[in-house]
Design a protein around this ligand. Structure first.
Ligand SMILES: N[C@@H](CCC(=O)N[C@@H](CS)C(=O)NCC(=O)O)C(=O)O
Length: 342
């Protein structure tokens, strides 16, 4: 049986996900062709992801029956199949060991200091400055490697370069002006600058490698809401609009959509509302059931007969705790609207 396209759970800004997308792209995978990309919200991880990976960090690749939930494993998986740019091919055993050591230094100590420097709020009581300095000390070691040939292992890029660059990008982003003004990292600044301007990063930060909104799971339910009405609901503690211009009391239920029905519903009723004013609410059916609420699949026009399209209708006001995510609605959702099998 054809296992279908591989599925990548990804998150646009995550450096681990960026490194996986870089390798998949270099190896020739194409979202919408032989790969389905599912952009994940880390605040609302889809049940499909939680089922295949208990730790559910991104990236996760599902290829047939195989689940790879470490970015490095995904890179290796992609490059073992096709490695046209020689990220792993053509290097000696000693060089491969050097790559591994560099990646371990990045994923271990460098990432440790990066997090504490870049996100001091997440580490109360830990001053960020010592971590900035410790991170810079590691970067100076990489500078010495980069100076002779421009790349970590000499004059051409290897897996190590593509694996570390997304993290050095993050280090710079914590304070770009200060980073660019550092006088003792010229080779590293050049190496990073070439990456930031290059086509590889640009490709994996844009569609189709990136969903503008999180992937919609067929196991969740959805409701389009006007931002103002959602704001009022948050103050009231309950959402009770049925659909645009109509209240729950007038209709008797709240109109919902299945994942695949969202684009048509949006086009039909909200085409004139721009993204910041239109939100897509992601609902967990289990939480609706826990709140004692009923969802019925019913035709929008009761007279239309058995073949009419059915939509989920929620009987009762929507409790806020059943809403997993309220995010600006962006019509395009690669991997779903682009016709890749769900
Ligand atoms: N060792 C993992 C780390 C991946 C990771 O930590 N990803 C972060 C996002 S950048 C994540 O998913 N965090 C969410 C969570 O931990 O729940 C890998 O290389 O893939």
């Amino acid at each position: 049986m054809n296992p279908g396209p591989a599925v990548l759970y990804s998150f646009r800004r995550c450096p681990y996900a960026i490194r996986a997308r870089l390798a998949l792209a270099a190896a020739g995978w194409e979202p919408g062709v032989d790969l389905e990309l599912r952009e994940v919200s880390l605040k609302a991880k889809p049940p499909e992801l939680l089922e295949i990976s208990a730790k559910a960090t991104v990236p996760v690749l599902l290829a047939g029956q195989q689940v790879l939930d470490e970015s490095l494993a995904i890179q290796r998986w992609a490059l073992e199949r096709r490695d046209p740019h020689g990220w792993l091919a053509g290097w000696s055993g000693a060089e491969l060991a050097e790559m591994e050591a560099l990646i371990a230094e990045n994923d271990g100590p460098f990432k440790h200091h990066l997090d504490r420097f870049k996100y001091p709020n997440r580490y109360p009581g830990e001053p960020s400055e010592p971590h900035r300095r410790a991170g810079l000390a590691i970067l100076r070691g990489w500078e010495r490697r980069l100076a002779p040939g421009g790349w970590l292992l000499g004059s051409r890029p290897s897996l190590a370069d593509w694996s570390l660059l997304p993290f050095v990008r993050q280090f710079r982003l914590a304070d770009p002006l200060a980073f660019d003004a550092l006088a003792d990292l010229p080779a590293l600044q050049h190496w990073l600058g070439r990456f930031l301007q290059g086509p590889e990063l640009a490709a994996v930060m844009a569609a189709p490698w990136n969903g503008r909104s999180p992937w919609r799971s067929p196991r969740w339910l959805y409701h389009l809401a006007l931002r103002e009405e959602w704001r009022a609901a948050r103050l009231a503690g309950l959402y009770s609009r049925s659909t645009r211009g109509l209240a729950l009391e007038e209709v008797g239920f709240i109109h919902l959509s299945e994942a695949h029905q969202v684009p048509a519903t949006a086009a039909r009723f909200y085409a004139d509302v721009s993204a910041p004013d239109l939100l897509l609410l992601t609902l967990d059916p289990q939480r609706l059931a826990n709140a004692g609420l009923t969802v019925r699949r019913e035709s929008a026009e009761p007279q239309a007969g058995a073949t009419a399209e059915r939509f989920p209708h929620l009987y009762g006001a929507l409790p806020l705790e059943a809403v997993l995510l309220a995010a600006p609605f962006a019509p395009e959702c690669p991997g779903q609207d682009r016709g890749v099998a769900p």
